[in-house]
Design a protein around this ligand. Structure first.
Ligand SMILES: NC(=O)c1ccc[n+]([C@@H]2O[C@H](COP(=O)([O-])OP(=O)(O)OC[C@H]3O[C@@H](n4cnc5c(N)ncnc54)[C@H](OP(=O)(O)O)[C@@H]3O)[C@@H](O)[C@H]2O)c1
Length: 240
């Protein structure tokens, strides 16, 4: 069985590669999502049975400042994958990795798969548009999640007043494997069993000297304040 992973060099992609050991993970240059011809050529020659589409432009500021790049990568890139899968017509199972940030997170928490998205920034909007694109393909699972890598937090400070049901990337990859085994379609939230702040998450990740900050100190694109997810269709995972 051939598993093709996009974004294989990224934070989640590296965790996925440990689980799907024989997967084919084309590099950005080998299969630039924005190049329809390259996507077609790669997918038509490999005829994967499973595609885990984790490749995306994920920086919130970067997407806000370069909307064209965000749109072509996250929306048109996803469309290129769907178009190629329709051409091979082999009932390939498509897993699209989306985000808890499709929700507004203002006066609600623990969003379930049935709740209505309302993205706050351009990154989240492109991820939601990607969800709509993959719905054109019959054998699709949309995974919404929220994770951080283990180790030093990538910023000097972390929010004490932004929350999520975070997991580490390895936990999410395990969850993706579980969902893949059941070949679930529709929307599945892969969530942690505890709602914690980003600061608490940074400490759990092993950051020794991360500082605290609040949203009052933040300047930048609007953010989803509460990214906590719940699930009506799947289990919750313990963060470890
Ligand atoms: N990080 C989070 O907290 C989080 C939360 C929820 C959901 N997600 C979703 O999870 C997925 C993985 O996120 P991540 O944090 O692992 O991201 P990441 O570390 O930034 O990795 C992104 C990956 O996408 C690739 N990529 C970017 N543009 C591409 C293009 N035009 N063509 C081909 N590949 C391209 C990158 O390759 P290069 O580095 O070579 O460009 C990289 O391998 C994304 O879909 C993201 O939206 C992330």
């Amino acid at each position: 069985m051939e598993v093709l992973i996009t974004g294989g060099s990224g934070a989640l992609g590296q965790s996925l590669r440990k689980i799907f050991r024989n997967s084919f993970c084309p590099t950005h240059a080998e299969m630039d999502l924005t190049e329809a011809n390259l996507v077609d050529k790669t997918i038509l020659s490999h005829k994967p049975d499973v595609v885990i589409h984790a490749g995306a432009l994920v920086g919130i500021r970067e997407c806000e400042e370069n909307k064209k790049n965000a749109w072509t990568t996250n929306v048109e890139g996803t469309q290129n994958i769907v178009n190629a899968l329709k051409k091979i017509d082999n009932n390939c199972y498509l897993m699209y990795i989306s985000t808890a940030c499709v929700f507004a997170g203002e006066d609600k928490k623990f969003y379930t798969e049935d709740d209505i998205p309302n993205p706050k920034n351009y990154y989240s909007l492109t991820k939601l548009c990607g969800e709509i694109v993959v719905r054109q393909y019959h054998n699709t699972c949309i995974i919404r999640t929220n994770f951080a890598p283990k180790g030093q937090w990538k910023y000097p400070k972390a929010f004490t007043d932004r929350f999520g049901t975070y997991l580490f990337a390895d936990n999410v990859a395990n969850g993706i494997r579980d969902v893949w085994k059941k070949r679930k379609t529709g929307i599945v939230h892969i969530v942690g069993n505890k709602r914690i702040s980003m600061y608490e998450m940074a400490l759990l990740a092993g950051s020794k000297n991360v500082g605290k900050m609040t949203l009052k100190e933040y300047k930048g694109p609007p953010l989803t304040v509460d990214m906590s997810l719940s699930t009506k269709v799947w289990k919750k995972y313990k963060i470890r």
